[in-house]
Design a protein around this ligand. Structure first.
Ligand SMILES: [Zn+2]
Length: 158
């Protein structure tokens, strides 16, 4: 099922981990509706702005898949509200900052970075967007340490 010009439902369902574990990661109708909104309101505008391919590394997660990847208990991935994305050839921080400065109705945008240098952007949409912009660095135990994405906010909070 094609959702918008550049996004289809299969990108949000497929997961090598789910396949390996034999999990059926098909989103229920209510999650599918959230995925459609995420594509229409956030991901397609991001794709249109950069004009480059957007890869969905993790979209919808059924409960068993979310447990398997160590996702947060109340992760928005469980509801089809969030996706982990990379934009081809664009640093993840730049993508996160563009979203954070945009007028898009994002709920959370998080620039995420692992110790091995792997980077991606977690972005979510919900009916009442909080427009929260964060960065997360994973420590040696794989636990994310959160900080504001923009320095001005960090200074204001200090
Ligand atoms: Zn995520």
């Amino acid at each position: 099922m094609q959702i918008t010009r550049n996004f289809s439902l299969v990108e949000f369902r497929r997961s090598w981990r789910a396949e390996k574990l034999g999990l059926d990661n098909t989103p229920p109708p209510e999650a599918e509706a959230c995925i459609v909104a995420l594509c229409e309101k956030i991901l397609q505008p991001v794709r249109d702005h950069f004009g480059l391919a957007v890869f969905v590394d993790s979209g919808y997660r059924c409960a068993a898949l979310n447990d398997a990847v160590g996702g947060a208990k109340n992760s928005q991935h469980l509801r089809g509200e969030a996706a982990d994305i990379r934009v081809n050839a664009v640093p993840a921080r730049e993508v996160a900052e563009w979203i954070g400065n945009s007028s898009l109705p994002f709920d959370q945008v998080i620039f995420e970075r692992k110790l091995d240098g792997t980077e991606w952007v977690h972005v979510s949409h919900s009916p009442l967007p909080r427009r929260q912009a964060l960065q997360a660095a994973f420590d040696h135990n794989g636990k994310p340490v959160y900080a504001p994405l923009f320095m001005a906010e960090a200074e204001a909070a200090a």
